[in-house]
Design a protein around this ligand. Structure first.
Ligand code: PEP
Ligand code: MG
Length: 325
């Protein structure tokens, strides 16, 4: 199987009826960067910068951050990397950071909430990223955006750091793109104000599904209880995809859903064309894409979401049937 997938690495991921799909992988440490070469992925769709903080025994200094980011960019050899700003808290514990105990850490003081309350940490990280880019294009992703104003606040902090660069004798990135993660349900209802301000969006299905279903992603008793591609979740995903397309902004799925064949098929059927996943999933997903007639599946999905009142037919069964035919 592995040799078989390796043979696909230089083949572009295009469906049988001609829709090109961008396949990216999720990363966060230098060890996974070699996968770009091995899988032939188009870039890193999600670089989880908090991993460096999670494996360290004390707060990484700015020079450690610069070293990681610039080495990652070097190893990517010109392929794009989306650097997600620190997503600390919830399931991502930083042992040396003093934190109060929270009854519901997933819904607690985490991620961009923490970063906006402690902007020093965020500023240092943004400086490190700008320094590592050294004038090259840079893509930054803001996690756990709950309201448009939070995204704007982060953009303001980034803009201030960019404005300092010339005074410091440092290069301004040739192009700076700032995107928002869609992983808190509330922002789905504010996409009209978010999207004009965002260069791109990335859907984090792990958190989004957890919050849509009120089922803790880290609790095995409930994590898989509700099918991630059941109709109500698909409708939420479709609303995001349609809004992004209406605003002409790229939308990428970077949660675990993107790496499972039937789930990925559902995403393609919703109109998504950019998937970021664990490196080991690229081969199987590319194989699925290469054999796929997408149009009939899209039509069936549209029909399923607009007319289907038959609650007993699951999208999973429907897609599995279509995938076989
Ligand atoms: C997600 O929430 O789906 C996601 C991609 O980010 P993480 O798993 O790191 O929370
Ligand atoms: Mg998340």
């Amino acid at each position: 199987r592995l040799a078989h997938y390796a043979a696909l690495k230089d083949k572009p991921a295009i469906t049988r009826d001609g829709t090109p799909i961008t396949l990216l992988h999720n990363s966060g440490l230098l060890a996974d960067m070699s996968a770009l070469e091995e899988t032939g992925a188009d870039g890193v769709g999600l670089f989880r910068t908090e991993l460096q903080f999670m494996i360290a025994s004390k707060m990484p200094r700015i020079k450690d951050q610069v070293a990681l980011y610039s080495e990652a960019m070097r190893l990517a050899g010109g392929k794009p990397i989306v650097f997600r700003l620190l997503d600390i808290g919830g399931d991502k514990v930083i042992p040396y950071m003093r934190s109060m105990s929270e009854e519901n850490p997933a819904m607690g003081w985490r991620s961009i909430r923490l970063a906006l309350d402690r902007p020093g940490l965020l500023r240092t990280q943004v400086r490190a990223l700008l320094q590592a880019a050294n004038g090259a294009p840079l893509k930054l992703l803001v996690p756990m955006v709950t309201e448009t104003v939070e995204f704007l606040a982060v953009k303001k902090i980034i803009a201030r750091e960019v404005a300092r660069l010339p005074r410091l004798g440092m290069a301004v990135p040739e192009e700076l793109e700032i995107g928002a993660m869609i992983e808190v349900p509330s922002i789905i209802f504010e996409l009209d104000s978010l999207l004009p301000n965002a260069d791109f969006v990335s859907i984090g299905s792990n958190d989004l599904i957890q919050f849509l279903t009120a089922a803790d992603r880290a609790n095995p008793r409930v994590a898989r209880k509700y099918d991630a591609i059941a109709r109500p979740r698909l409708k939420a995903l479709k609303a995001i995809v349609d809004a992004a397309h209406a605003h002409n902004k790229p939308v990428t799925m970077c949660g675990e859903l993107a790496g499972r064949p039937i789930e990925a098929l559902a995403l393609l059927a919703l109109g998504m064309t950019r998937l970021s996943m664990g490196a080991s999933s690229i081969g199987p997903i590319k194989e699925m894409i290469l054999g796929l007639e997408l149009e009939p599946v899209r039509a069936a999905m549209d029909d399923y979401l607009s007319n289907g009142h038959d609650a007993s037919l699951s999208a999973r069964e429907l897609l599995a049937k279509l995938a076989q035919s």
